[in-house]
Design a protein around this ligand. Structure first.
Ligand code: NAD
Length: 495
């Protein structure tokens, strides 16, 4: 067997081996074979990285930069990402199996976050407060927090890291980023661009390793001032608890069980495409997957027939091919989890009308593929309707009218996103207002932008990423009081 590429971690501007001297394999989900070795970072590595980030925050070149200069660095970085988008996309595809068509487009879009937050860096203004006391001048400043621990999942490593890095750096913080143990390669390639752009050493550091080791040590490190996490709900709870011990602010972007609601006045063909894109694009491995299809009874059978016919034509196979429409599942445990949920749905009495098993197509080889799967006859209280599968498995739930649709949609612990398909503007607005979700798409699905806030209601998370308000989660506000009086009056009373 040929030698696997062996990676190092990036700490304080240097490429370093893990202190423990151990590496682990990273797999290509299309072949099911290991292709690279990742450093197994532990507590000592985390301490080194956080110390480097803390040093870079407290002294040296980074805090001496003006916000405009920080913005210029971020914009330079954006240009470098644009130049390298294709090669970064290819690494992500090899490591996580998402389609090259999707990843190339995603990475061409990633620079926008650095341009946008780079532009925002010197527009964070405090206020002069018209204070109600004589001879007193009061103003506010928004200051960075310090070292940010950023933790990303495996499904879109660079996009989701970017949602944290761009506002955190624009605000003047330093960052230690830990990518998922399943997909660390692209992050380690990506960080080279920070060096090329001219970021001072220690401003961005990458630790690789397992969640319960490197991840847990990072969140708990006393010099970490804030935690920005994207991942599963259970991990999010652990991260929240660990952060609470140090009273650290957190941003949590967690899972979802998003309803895609199709009313009988919809443009049927568009809605079919929208539902497909919600659940089978990215092999259903997106937090915003529209995994519950709520369809009005009056069109239920026709809609399901059309949907199944369309989904059955999906081309599976090599994710590096531009023709492929459904790629492999990123990890072996994830494939087993998806197949487990398919069994659960069958046991619960749902009817499998498409797929329902591991893909055996020749073009899928030994890869970790699951057939696009559709269940009808799903009740909203079944596990397949309540729990996040994170795979290409759609649950179809019929509804009678608007009230019924809203009740079913909101009857779930998650609240990340929702889709509404209707030709009625009145219905679009009324239903959107009543849905408990951080994002509602009407007659579209799976659209995101650096300009628009993204985040969850209920158990889907805390805080927002993207959009202007995201930067405030990486700042703290100081109120400065200046007396212009010639004397200090009675010292025994509150001023
Ligand atoms: P995960 O929770 O297993 O892991 C996420 C990250 O947390 C990884 O880097 C992991 O190593 C780390 N981690 C694990 N245990 C930790 C601990 N105790 N302390 C600190 N870090 C720890 O999630 P995943 O399987 O990589 O990703 C899939 C999940 O992410 C899904 O639930 C999905 O919905 C969610 N997700 C949410 C969004 C969003 O924006 N809301 C986006 C993408 C994915």
């Amino acid at each position: 067997m040929s030698e696997l590429a062996k990676y190092q971690m990036y700490i304080g501007g240097e490429w370093v081996d893990p202190v423990g001297g151990e590496w682990f394999d990273s797999f290509n989900p299309y072949t099911g074979q290991p292709w690279a070795r990742m450093p197994r970072g532990g507590e000592a590595d985390v301490d080194r990285a956080v110390t480097a980030a803390d040093d870079a925050f407290s002294g040296g070149d980074w805090p001496a930069l003006s916000p405009s200069q920080r913005g210029a660095l971020l914009r330079r970085l954006g240009d470098l990402i644009a130049e390298n988008a294709q090669s970064l996309a290819e690494i992500e595809v090899r490591d996580n199996g998402k389609l090259i068509a999707e990843m190339a487009a995603q990475l061409s879009y990633v620079p926008q976050w650095y341009y946008y937050f780079g532009g925002l860096a010197d527009k964070i203004e405090g206020a002069v407060i018209p204070i109600d006391k004589p001879e007193t001048f009061n103003y506010t400043r928004h200051e960075p927090l310090g070292v940010v621990a950023a933790i990303s999942p495996w499904n879109s490593p660079l996009l989701l890291a970017t949602w944290k890095l761009a506002p955190a750096l624009a605000a003047g913080n330093t960052v230690v980023l830990k990518p998922s143990e399943f997909t660390s390669a692209s992050t380690l390639e990506f960080v080279k661009l920070f060096e090329q752009a001219g970021f001072p050493p220690g401003v961005v550091n990458i630790i690789t390793g397992f969640g319960h080791e490197a991840g847990a040590a990072l969140v708990s490190h006393p010099k970490v001032a804030k935690v920005a996490f994207t991942g599963g709900e259970m991990t999010g709870q652990k991260v929240y608890q660990a952060a609470a011990v140090g009273l650290k602010p957190v941003t949590l972007e967690l899972g979802g069980k998003s309803p895609n609601i199709v009313f009988d006045d919809t443009a049927m063909e568009n809605a079919v495409k929208g539902v497909i894109s919600g659940i089978f694009a990215a092999t259903g491995q997106t937090c915003i997957a529209g995994s519950r299809l709520l369809v009005q009874n009056s069109i239920h059978n026709e809609f399901v027939d059309r949907l199944v016919d369309f989904a059955a034509t999906a081309r599976m196979g090599d994710p590096q091919s531009m023709d492929t429409q459904v790629g492999p599942v990123t990890t072996l445990p994830q494939m087993e989890k998806i197949l487990g949920y398919i069994d659960i749905a069958k046991d619960e009495g749902a009817e499998c009308v498409l797929g329902g098993h591991r893909a055996q197509r020749p073009e899928c080889g030994e890869g970790w593929f699951v057939e696009p799967t559709v269940f009808t006859g799903v009740r909203n209280d079944m596990r397949i309707a309540r729990e996040e599968v994170f795979g290409p498995v759609l649950s179809v739930i019929p509804f009678d009218d608007e009230e019924d649709a809203i009740a079913i949609a909101n009857d779930n612990p998650y609240g990340l996103a929702a889709g509404v398909w209707t030709q009625s503007i009145k219905r679009a607005i009324e239903v959107s207002n009543r849905l408990q979700a951080g994002t509602v798409w009407v007659n579209t699905y799976r659209a995101v932008s650096y300009l628009s806030p993204f985040g969850g209601y209920k158990r889907s998370g805390l805080g927002r990423e993207s959009g202007k308000q995201a930067i405030m989660d990486y700042l703290q506000t100081k109120s400065v009081w200046i007396s212009t009086s010639d004397e200090v009056p009675n010292p025994f009373i509150l001023r």
